[in-house]
Design a binder for this molecule. Structure first.
Ligand SMILES: *Cc1c(COP(=O)(O)O)cnc(C)c1O
Length: 300
């Protein structure tokens, strides 16, 4: 069983003056340390889908992602360990040189099918694979869906500290954020930092994964930190990643977690968090994505 390979979830305190001078206690939940390949939130989002494939006796998982997708890597690895076949539908034309992520996915036995951007919707089985539909479980891009969000609820089981007032994470599809909101205690605030530019539909996508009615903890999504948009680090972001690592010892990836920690610092400076707040920042992993940066860009 895969789960015995995982390291226990730990937290790391961040004692930087930006936080301590403002009366803030900050801990980082280290999902990046879970596993060298299936790091971070991706494993949690997959658990429910894998269980469903098993219970329905399906033999292949089909899912979707861009050429740098952490989700494809995690799915390929998890399927190989569980004896399931996997197919990754990749957005765009097949490049002459595959990205590190796609090579890793291939190495774990994933079949890759490239699909033109115009046809790619991240959730529909391509016509060429319809004959096999009866044996496939289709997981939407990024694991988006109720099963993904329910799997992500277990992230907070690694940090049951009731003193936490704010739970903060980076947001792509919003599945992880929805899981955190579902699992948060009454009175806790859940804050998502969106990494996409102008992603105005995100609140509705997250809302669709939450139970109806009262009692949902306070949550919101901050759209102020996309830098140049998904997947293209600015010099400012790279400088931040290096400084943050030297100050805190925490490695970050340039798509998600660098934006999360940058935003946490900036929001703290702006007085967004009341003195006495206790922040839990979720390090969702994704460090393998840095392999696409030129060597020497990062100090870690
Ligand atoms: C995929 C990913 C996210 C985004 O998760 P969603 O559930 O799609 O919002 C955040 N951080 C890292 C490191 C990721 O790889």
């Amino acid at each position: 069983m895969l789960s015995t390979e995982f390291n226990p979830i730990s937290t790391t305190p961040v004692r930087s003056p930006v936080f301590t001078d403002r009366g803030l206690t900050v801990h980082v939940l280290r999902l990046d340390r879970l596993h060298p390949i299936v790091s971070g939130n991706k494993w949690f989002k997959l658990t429910g889908y894998l269980a469903q494939a098993r219970s329905k006796n399906l033999t292949r998982i089909v899912t979707f992602g861009g050429p740098y997708s952490n989700h494809l890597v995690a799915t390929a690895f998890a399927c190989s360990r569980q004896g399931l076949a996997s197919t990754g539908i990749v957005r765009g034309t097949e490049p002459s040189v595959l990205s590190h992520s796609l090579r890793t996915a291939l190495g774990h036995g994933m079949q890759l099918v490239f699909q033109e951007r115009r046809q790619f919707d991240g959730r529909t089985l391509p016509a060429t694979l319809r004959q096999e539909a009866g044996s496939c479980l289709v997981i939407p891009q990024g694991g988006y869906g109720l099963l993904g969000a329910r799997g992500a609820e277990a992230i907070l089981a690694g940090c049951p500290d009731p003193a936490v007032s704010h739970i903060v994470c980076a947001v792509g599809t919003g599945t992880t954020l929805a899981g955190l909101i579902r699992a948060a205690r009454p009175g806790q605030q859940v804050l998502g930092i969106s990494v996409f530019k102008n992603n105005s539909g995100l609140e509705a996508l997250v809302g669709a994964l939450l139970p109806e009615g009262d009692g949902t903890p306070d949550w919101q999504i901050c759209h102020d930190y996309p830098f140049r948009g998904y997947g293209r680090p600015t010099a400012e972001l790279i400088a931040f990643m290096n400084r943050w690592y030297l100050e805190t010892g925490l490695p970050t990836d340039f798509v998600y977690t660098a934006r999360l920690f940058f935003a946490a610092e900036d929001l703290a400076k702006r007085g967004f968090f009341a003195p006495g707040s206790h922040l839990l920042l979720i390090h969702t992993g994704g460090l393998q994505g840095n392999d696409s940066l030129p060597a020497g860009t990062l100090v870690f």
